[in-house]
Ligand binder design. Structure first.
Ligand code: FES
Length: 159
């Protein structure tokens, strides 16, 4: 599980200032959520009632939109999103071992962030490049033909 993080006073001040730009404009919910996530990296759950008040909506309507769009997150995420493919082709070519090694290197389980928020680890179904199995994706870059040495190389970088 991704650890819960409470919004700071500064975060909520930022939330309120973004809401002020959309006050009373229900159509502005999605752009507001994008702006908020861009500013804080996620949408703090504490922001939901504030957004609802500001846009004259029910909190459940705000929550519904956040849940509907997969690009919105209510918990902080790492700077780098690591996705290990769990599709069949990757699985039969050692994907399970690759996932285990990535977990060991990062010291986290699937769905978690590293404490420094450098990485978030997720798994995905087939990413469409089965010929390169087993695959992992880091942000927008696909790394194919993964093996233990490549995993070590990718995660021992000092960036
Ligand atoms: S199963 Fe992994 S890319 Fe298709």
């Amino acid at each position: 599980m991704v650890e819960a993080k409470r919004a700071t006073k500064a975060d909520l001040k930022r939330v309120d200032s973004i809401i002020a730009d959309y006050r009373g404009q229900r159509w502005g919910l999605v752009p507001l959520l994008h702006e908020l996530q861009g500013a804080l990296g996620y949408i703090p759950p504490e922001a939901i009632p504030r957004i609802a008040r500001g846009l004259d909506l029910f909190p459940s309507q705000v929550q519904g939109v956040i849940t509907f769009y997969t690009q919105f997150y209510t918990a902080p995420r790492g700077k780098n999103i690591v996705r290990v493919c769990r599709g069949t082709a990757c699985h039969v070519r050692g994907g399970k071992t690759i996932l285990k090694l990535v977990k060991q290197h990062l010291g986290i389980e699937e769905g978690e962030n590293t404490p420094d928020l450098k990485y978030t680890l997720e798994t995905v179904a087939c990413i469409g490049v089965c010929a390169l199995a087993p695959n992992i994706v880091i942000n927008k870059d696909t790394h194919g033909h993964m093996n233990p040495k490549k995993v070590a190389r990718l995660f021992s970088r000092k960036d």
